[in-house]
Write a protein that binds this ligand. Structure first.
Ligand SMILES: NC(=O)c1ccc[n+]([C@@H]2O[C@H](COP(=O)([O-])OP(=O)(O)OC[C@H]3O[C@@H](n4cnc5c(N)ncnc54)[C@H](O)[C@@H]3O)[C@@H](O)[C@H]2O)c1
Length: 219
């Protein structure tokens, strides 16, 4: 059994992660940390093998440091935090860190196809659409997609109720466009990716590993 603690357990993603861990036969939920539950990360690490963090950009690195110093592996989904700080903290720990800007398997495929298409088509732009409570813009997924693509790829951010997390990559060339669109209907879309990362984080070849693609297509 993999013993899992969740940071941000009272949040939208944290609640979905707790439910997914409780539903997994090879995992046990051993702690829920969240200021809204009056429970700090340090209080839930004692029994944990892995801590999953879906909190806030200004909190994720501190939580990861606390876990790594305690020898607990970390799986981070929080976007917009200081990745260089995580690299430094991971270097000093025997435990591993994994971060994915997007845990939805369809989104990872979208990014890969967009990168490939950008090598052939003339230009591209990205539209990322999220719920209005999302704190960062552009999204980490859009930024990473643009990074993986060739050329200068502008990003447009839309924040509207009724949307969870969608992204469209539109590529244009002579008299034609190609649209690659990933749409989610609820937060369970991220859970197969989160559970995969929890199962694999202890055996990563290096730390931190960034991006679900490294678990789907190990090099
Ligand atoms: N990587 C992905 O696939 C993915 C998918 C969806 C959301 N996200 C990201 O996940 C993060 C959380 O999103 P959300 O919609 O669940 O937000 P949310 O606001 O619903 O939840 C965040 C929770 O974290 C708690 N929190 C704040 N500081 C904390 C701390 N120090 N320790 C423990 N808990 C703390 C808050 O009280 C809150 O309950 C955001 O950064 C979002 O962009 C990533």
């Amino acid at each position: 059994m993999i013993r899992v603690a969740v940071a941000g357990a009272a949040g939208r993603m944290g609640q979905a992660v707790c439910a997914a861990v409780e539903g997994a036969e090879d995992m046990e939920l051993v702690g829920r940390a969240d200021p809204a539950l009056d429970t700090a990360v340090a209080d839930v690490l004692g029994d944990a093998d892995v801590m999953v963090d879906f909190t806030q950009p200004d909190q994720a690195l501190g939580n990861a440091r606390t876990a790594l110093e305690a020898g607990v592996h970390v799986v981070i989904g929080t976007s917009g935090f200081d990745l260089d700080g995580l690299r430094e903290a991971a270097r000093e720990s025997s435990a591993n860190a994994f971060f994915a800007p997007n845990f939805a398997i369809g989104a990872v495929l979208m990014m890969r196809f967009a990168a490939e298409a950008s090598r052939i088509m003339d230009r591209a732009e990205i539209i990322e659409l999220h719920h209005p409570a999302k704190l960062d813009a552009p999204s980490g997924t859009a930024a990473r997609t643009a990074e993986m693509m060739e050329g200068d790829v502008p990003i447009h951010s839309v924040r509207l109720p009724g949307i969870v997390a969608d992204q469209e990559v539109i590529l244009g060339d002579v008299a034609q466009t190609l649209t690659i669109r990933h749409a989610t209907t609820d937060r369970t879309s991220f859970m197969p990716g989160v559970l995969l990362a929890i199962r694999r984080v202890a055996e990563l070849p290096e730390s931190p590993v960034v991006g679900l693609e490294h678990l789907l297509w190990p090099s």
